[in-house]
Design a protein. Structure first.
Length: 127
């Protein structure tokens, strides 16, 4: 059985710059997605945000590294990205590379998170 860990335990392994960036991203995501649940992955450096259990309930993620944070859009390949902010070639998961807290204020970032949430709502209401 995998042992769970808290978000604070996960963040404790990162340098101050990454920690500050992750905290700014956490604050933004919780503001943009009211009532969203936040959970640290038990083994990967990922914080998941969603409205239900498991990957099916997940809307977006924060992927942590020693040098930065990626704001992940679950099924990001399925949503429009008119400003070309999403990176990655995965069919399911795309991301926005964050280098500083000001990246969260770039045009289109909030809108992409909202679009990811709207796509999740559409998928889950369909069945």
């Amino acid at each position: 059985m995998k042992r769970s860990r808290t978000v604070d335990q996960l963040l404790g392994a990162y340098p101050p710059g990454v920690l500050a960036l992750a905290e700014a991203a956490r604050k933004a995501v919780r503001k943009w997605l009211p009532g969203v649940a936040e959970e640290a992955d038990s083994s990967a450096p990922v914080i998941g945000y969603g409205y239900g259990a498991g990957y099916r309930g997940m809307v977006c993620t924060l992927l942590l590294s020693k040098t930065g944070v990626e704001l992940g859009a679950v099924r990001g390949g399925d949503i429009g990205d008119p400003l070309g902010l999403l990176e990655g070639k995965g069919k399911i998961h795309r991301y926005i590379q964050l280098s500083s807290p000001s990246d969260l204020r770039k045009p289109g970032v909030r809108e992409l998170v909202k679009a990811t949430h709207a796509a999740w709502e559409e998928r889950t209401s369909a069945g």
